[in-house]
Design a protein around this ligand. Sequence first.
Ligand SMILES: Nc1ncnc2c1ncn2[C@@H]1O[C@H](COP(=O)(O)OP(=O)(O)OP(=O)(O)O)[C@@H](O)[C@H]1O
Ligand SMILES: [Mg+2]
Length: 273
Amino acid sequence: MTNENGAIFTARGLVKHYGSVVAMNGADFDLYPGEVLAVVGDNGAGKSTLIKSLSGAVIPDSGAMYLEGERVRFHGPLDARRAGIETVYQDLALAPAQDIATNLFLGREQRRPGLLGGLFRTLDARKMRAEAQRVMDELGVGISSVQQRVETLSGGQRQGVAVARAAAFSTRLVIMDEPTAALGVAESAKVLELIGRIRERGLPVVLVSHNMPHVFEIADRVHVHRLGKRVAVASPREHTMNQVVGLLTGALVMSEDGEITEAQDAVTAGLAE
Ligand SMILES: Nc1ncnc2c1ncn2[C@@H]1O[C@H](COP(=O)(O)OP(=O)(O)OP(=O)(O)O)[C@@H](O)[C@H]1O
Ligand SMILES: [Mg+2]
């Protein structure tokens, strides 16, 4: 089941004010089944505000969101999670002193069935470990044991755990805010590989990133955000990185029919300098 336009998740005209700051100014959004959609834009363009609206962490002042044909109103992140939307936040929200398996089930620990689970609320550690190992293996996160504490992992491995957690519990889509920002070349490649595996499993992924080579390597489409709204949707197959950078800085504009031209005000601004 999709929305009328074939998208799985759609937003129209999202607005969010923080006092006099307009963080979103009529933002539209469309995510199609099975795709990796990159969201790019300058610092302060409103990408995180958009992403947080989609994941329930921010409640827009106005606008509407539609998930698989139904209007949704999230009052908090839990509502979005219940709707099958999992988010990997930039700070990862992992518990460093706990092991991988515990982190994977953080906040939704499996209880033993029956009396023991209900009465003593004993965690079914063995079941959680087995399930954690299965998820890590399936996604190819290279870790030696799910009983290893997260604080002993490398940055890339930690990112892998956070991504695996989102992939394991997501039923509809996964959102990631800058998953490779703090990673080296090899670790970034691993995370991009993970994103590819999630797509192979049929889950669409929203990827916020400042890294154009990463965006062009993995994304099927590129949502360009500027001054609080979507100003263009580009394609890594049809457009160049320079064009996308031009669109996000405002030097270039894209018309309704996808034609890219120099912005008039950018030319004027250039003359004025
Ligand atoms: N909680 C808040 N209170 C006040 N202003 C906010 C808040 N959150 C965001 N803003 C403002 O809204 C605008 C958009 O911020 P947002 O974090 O969405 O941008 P961004 O595109 O994610 O930027 P970056 O690339 O730096 O992460 C900025 O001007 C920011 O200062
Ligand atoms: Mg941000």
